[in-house]
Design a protein around this ligand. Structure first.
Ligand SMILES: N[C@@H](CCC(=O)N[C@@H](CS)C(=O)NCC(=O)O)C(=O)O
Length: 219
């Protein structure tokens, strides 16, 4: 059986969790925070989560894990369509990660952990997030899903990237990112009403108590 390694507060962990739920794949979890121990680095080369332990070995990098799951468990495809349609989904996945998730992450300390981020970083992140959401608005369909009428991996990655990016933009820059991408707010609402997404949010809330204690213990 597959084992998903990571913790329920991690947005990347939750992307994989949602993919597993949508596809109805059975799995176990190994709850673990990112770390640089030799033991974990031998499984996850950068010490990050999530990692997915399969019978053949461990996989890391969320988009890679999502693609693996889709190939190994083809029911309820997350990358449906022909070669071009699949590539369009990958394009959206990559855009959400590169232009929303990663820039927003540079401001997580201030937005979520009460620490200060320097002004230059904030200026860069503000610009990056606005450009990112505008870019996604140009290539997404929002019909109602990012790549059209079917929920795909792009929606999963967008859901757990755009929520944090929007929180950063709202808290630090008083910007409503979703207003810059017509259809995005409705899509987030639709996704957030799903039972599997609600369950993941509940698990996240519970796990956040231990995670905050863990973060406090580090300082
Ligand atoms: N590129 C990785 C990013 C995963 C990631 O950044 N995970 C965070 C937790 S949400 C982490 O492990 N952070 C610890 C670190 O960066 O060392 C992926 O796609 O899975």
């Amino acid at each position: 059986m597959l084992t998903l390694i990571g913790f329920d507060v991690s947005n990347y962990f939750n992307m994989v969790k949602l993919a597993l739920a949508i596809k109805g794949i059975e799995y176990k979890t190994d709850i673990l925070y990112p770390n640089q121990t030799d033991e974990y680095l031998s499984k996850s080369p950068m010490g990050k989560v999530p990692a997915l332990a399969t019978e053949q070995g461990v996989l890391t990098e969320t988009n890679v894990i999502l693609e693996y799951l889709d190939e190994a468990y083809p029911d309820k495809p997350l990358y449906p369509g022909d070669a071009f349609e699949k590539a369009k989904i990958r394009e959206l996945v990559k855009m959400a990660e590169l232009y929303l998730e990663l820039p927003a992450r540079r401001c997580h300390l201030e937005a979520f952990f009460g620490q200060k981020v320097d002004e230059l970083t904030k200026k860069e992140v503000k610009r990056a997030l606005c450009k990112g959401i505008e870019g996604i608005a140009r290539c997404a369909q929002f019909k109602p899903y990012l790549a059209g009428e079917q929920l795909t991996a792009a929606d999963i990655v967008f859901l757990y990237s755009a929520d944090l990016a929007a929180a950063v933009a709202g808290k630090l820059f008083a910007i409503d990112l979703f207003e810059m991408a017509p259809g995005a707010k409705q899509l987030m609402e639709k996704l957030n009403q799903r039972e599997d997404v609600i369950k993941i949010a509940e698990d996240r809330k519970v796990a956040n108590i231990a995670f905050q204690k863990y973060i406090a213990s580090l300082s």
